[in-house]
Design a protein around this ligand. Structure first.
Ligand code: G4P
Length: 529
């Protein structure tokens, strides 16, 4: 029997995200990948730094002002016979919650490392999410055209900081800043690279056999060969199983700005990275890719630009074929959901999606009943595991500055909560007019304020609360915990969970001593990942 379309299509797909510290070159790499696949004819279209056209993923004023990317979108392009889905991750520390959600939607990750900076804090934090989710990681050492660390030193650092054994697939010929090309360690040839003006076209590369490489590059070639032999002796050759099992990371060297190493990256993703496969549901059963359609919401976003003031729920397709117009079931409510408006979105560019396959990302427009983590299916029911909320560490009471706009205020807060911009906590004592916003990082508050004013037409004030720790508790302990000084219990909107808030570890310790039987369980903290 021939394979079903879902199986065939899943097999030729690769869905991945790039994890990196801001400025490592993620936007440049995205642009280079798209250029390579010839999606975008004019280089610079995606890049969003000052003086250029706006980055497809940089859509909010606040982002533009800071030059960072907060929002997420997915870029899909064909490459040869394959289809690549690049899911954009937010770059800022405060958005680790968002990163967590995005990484729930990919099958592998590319860790982009600046050759001059090595493993930076944000890269590591996002890497921890990959480790936690057991997402295979490919490493790209970027900016090799500029002076940087030694290649062997970088390998040691990657190993020490991630615990993954680096297995370089290519090895640079010439030190950082004197980039001649790479030695393809599996075939022994040199891929020589020639600069093109501005890097706006595909990099010129030429394959040299070892004799030609020696004649052209002398000592630089010999050093690369020697170092490559050292790596082999050290067991650093490719081990596919170790990569998939999160014990090793294949490594490539390149320069995104010069488009060098980009074709190797695409080829490597197709060769090594896992295609969408069966996915475990909440009870541990695996939903095969050829089962009827299923997917889950990993991101909700509204107000992407003034021309499209709407709300998009991004779905990762897990099994079957998504057909626009079909009616799917919303697992949480068991209600039918009509998928009439389905789009592929990358920044301002939107296209209607008629069919999508496992691994694809679809944006459902105005899907107001959907929340992050929700599952959708056709025929046989499935619920995928929830995407955990992080332990909030910042808390503030939110109020509308204009009591006449209470309706807008309430609706706005509800929307931000559903999108996962902030968590919303409530208690009878505080009342509905003044709920508490909770965040992993304070920048989430800035985004909330900005969006409440700009999109929801409701200006707010925020009064910070002196808490920094949250623990999960249960209804029966609320009264007793509230009676402790410096402790407050609030109910979280998203999951109906009671949280007990404490000023610091010392208060928590004292409460544990004074109310020894109280349920006080830790939540997933970003620091634990
Ligand atoms: P990000 O999305 O990870 O934050 O980084 P982005 O691509 O915006 O790149 C950050 C800076 O690094 C940019 O320079 C970009 O040109 C540069 N860059 C990216 N890849 C390479 C590379 O392979 N080699 C070199 N030499 N530079 C690279 P910028 O000065 O911030 O802006 P601009 O030069 O683009 O105006």
């Amino acid at each position: 029997m021939p394979d079903s379309p879902a199986v065939t299509e899943a097999a030729r797909r690769r869905t991945f995200a790039v994890i990196s510290h801001p400025d490592a070159g993620k936007s440049t790499l995205t642009e280079a990948l798209a250029l390579h696949a010839r999606v975008i004819n004019e280089a610079g279209h995606i890049h969003g730094k000052a003086g250029r056209k706006s980055t497809v993923s940089d859509w909010m004023d606040i982002e533009k002002a800071r030059g960072i990317s907060i929002s997420s979108a997915a870029l899909q392009f064909a490459y040869g016979d394959s289809v690549v889905n690049l899911v954009d991750t937010p770059g800022h520390a405060d958005f680790s919650e968002d990163t967590y959600r995005v990484l729930a939607a990919v099958d592998s990750a590319v860790m982009l490392v600046d050759a001059a900076k090595g493993m930076e804090p944000q890269t590591l934090k996002q890497f921890e999410v990959c480790r936690h989710r057991r997402i295979p990681v490919l490493t790209v050492i970027n900016k090799w055209d500029r002076p940087g660390h030694e290649a062997l030193q970088l390998m040691d650092e990657v190993h020490a900081k991630t615990g993954l054994k680096p297995s370089p697939l290519t090895w640079p010929v010439g030190i950082a800043g004197d980039f001649r090309g790479v030695l393809d360690r599996r075939t022994g040839v040199m891929i020589q690279f020639t600069r093109t003006a501005g890097g706006a076209t595909l990099a010129h590369q030429k394959v040299l056999n070892p004799d030609e490489a020696l004649a052209a590059h002398g000592d630089a070639w010999l050093t690369a060969v020697e170092e490559s032999e050292l790596l082999s002796a050290d067991g650093a050759d490719l081990d596919l199983e170790a990569y998939l099992d999160h014990r090793a990371t294949p490594v490539l060297f390149g320069s995104a700005v010069l488009n060098f190493g980009v074709s190797q990256l695409l080829d490597t993703l197709l060769e090594l990275a896992p295609a969408p496969g069966a996915r475990e549901d909440v009870v541990g059963e695996r939903r095969a890719v050829d089962a009827p359609f299923s997917g889950f919401v990993f991101k909700i976003q509204a107000g992407m630009d003034s021309a499209h003031r709407d709300r998009l729920a991004y779905i990762r397709v897990c099994s079957g074929v998504f057909e626009r117009g079909s009616v799917v079931t919303h697992a949480a409510s068991k209600k039918p959901f009509a998928t009439k408006y389905a789009q592929q979105v990358f920044g301002q560019d939107r296209q209607t999606v008629d069919v999508a396959y496992p691994g694809d990302v679809v944006g459902l427009v105005n899907a107001s009943m959907l929340r992050v983590g929700d599952s959708l299916y056709v025929d046989s029911a499935v619920t995928f595991p929830p995407i955990p909320s992080f332990a909030p560490e910042h808390f503030a009471v939110v109020r509308s500055t204009d009591s006449g706009r209470y309706k807008q205020f309430r609706r706005g807060i509800e929307q931000l909560e559903q999108e996962g911009v902030v968590q919303v906590l409530r208690s009878d004592r505080r009342g509905d007019q003044a709920p508490v916003l909770a965040a992993v990082g304070p920048m989430q508050f800035e985004v909330a304020t900005h969006r409440m004013k700009g999109e929801m037409g409701a200006e707010i004030t925020l009064d910070r609360l002196p808490y920094s720790l949250a623990r999960r508790t249960t209804r029966e302990w609320v009264q007793q915990l509230d009676a402790q000084s410096g402790v407050e219990c609030l109910l979280r909107d998203t999951d109906g969970q009671w949280l007990a808030l404490f000023a610091d570890v010392w208060r928590l310790g004292r409460t544990q001593r004074d109310v020894p039987d109280a349920v006080l369980e830790p939540l997933v903290a970003s620091a634990d990942l």
